[in-house]
Design a protein around this ligand. Structure first.
Ligand code: SF4
Length: 104
């Protein structure tokens, strides 16, 4: 996989259209969540299972999921569903990868 580009402004809320839009991410043109309502991916009531699953259905069909996942992990993004992963799940993966680097 090619290196993940990292810029500060990423997935943003478009208040006029009440949807997600993207800036500065070259892979985001093909994001399946582009144009989706913001609350599908940024949940207001924590990570309840039904809401998370709704986002995951979209992420499973997304062809840029690997880029999205690596971007969120590399930038330690807090909040929102990225590549079908909650913040807690992303933190867990980061911890596992960090532990794995220590092993020979
Ligand atoms: S994997 Fe999910 S959150 Fe990531 S770009 Fe695709 S649809 Fe959006």
């Amino acid at each position: 996989m090619k290196p993940v580009k990292s810029k500060k402004t990423v997935r943003v809320y478009d208040p006029i259209n009440h949807e997600l839009s993207y800036r500065f991410l070259d892979w985001a043109d093909d994001a399946a969540c582009k144009g989706q309502p913001i609350d599908t991916f940024f949940l207001s009531q924590g990570d309840n299972k039904v809401a998370v699953e709704k986002a995951r259905v979209i992420c499973r069909a997304c062809k840029v999921q690997p880029d999205c996942k690596e971007f969120a992990l590399a930038n330690k993004v807090v909040g929102g569903i990225w590549a079908g992963l909650t913040t807690a799940e992303r933190r867990c993966i980061i911890r596992e990868r960090t532990r794995g680097k220590g092993k020979l």
